[in-house]
Write a new protein. Sequence first.
Length: 371
Amino acid sequence: MKLKFSAPCIFGLEGICANELRYLGIENVRAENGRVVFDGDYNTLARANINSRYAERIQILLAEFQANSFEELFENVKNIEWENFIGINDAFPVKGRCLSSKLMSIPDCQKIIKKAVVQRLSDKYMLSWFEETGAIHQIQFLILKDRVSIMLDTSGAGLHKRGYRAESNEAPIKETLAAAMAELSRIRSNHFVTDPMCGSGTILIESAMKAMNIAPGINRYFSCEKWDCIPKSVFDSERELAKSKIRNDCTFHCEGFDIDESALETAKRNAEIAGVADRIIFRNRDIKDFELSDGFQTVITNPPYGERLLDVKSAEELYKVMGEKFLKLHGKSYTIITPDDDFEKIFGRKADKRRKMYNGTLKCQVYMYYK
């Protein structure tokens, strides 16, 4: 079956996410605002879920249409071939968002969409009532400027939940964003990476997984695996393919420092679960005692800042120390994320490149120094 998919992602990661999907051999990939859309089949669905480092989830994009009234919304949703995905016993809850549209009541839109799906399935299955005790088919909708998108979520838990972060420190960076920082830092299989304020180790773990080509979803479950319409062999074959591409023979290694001993213990456990513990050394060390290593070195970090753990004054003092320690030397590069617009001034020099991204709802800049 030919399908259309949508992969929502953090604002600022659309291009990175699109390139990744193209690299996976996926067809007709287009980056849009806040998402990437692409075409494929059930194998494509499994491949994207298992391998995407930057997408937040993978959705089947069932329909897009204009709706200025509840009648238009109902009829367009009813015309979708829901019976191709949802069985007689399956559950199909509805959730979504409305932005800058005539239809702005989310509860009313949920009810209309649910009613339309029930009507369609009632006609197809000759039933007036659905128990909804089977596999969950989460229906999602977005109504933006009267344009409606209707999706089926296939991932379940967000794709940033790789399965390795059983515990985390206060205010951890999202895995998808940490992976993007590793990508922007051009991490390869022979790199040496350092995070001098590593917390629970997410940046280093994502860097190691990227360098070793470990698919981020290789050890987790996706909600669509319980759907009757998807053969079990699809996910089995895509997992085996992903496992065959792991580079255990690469020379990548990294080190992480933090002043919080409990955070370091958490980082060690997370690295073990992720299967990269042998690539990372964790040590208790203050940023004030940070020293660059010999040779090529990539520093990637998410320092505490005003709205995350530290007050603004303390964060600015930290940036000054970083400016003193992160020297401009051949073979050294630095990637730093912060929401502080004055970072470059306090750090002491202009970034060679900067990129706007969101850490949750917080607008940040990724500052890159490599020249």
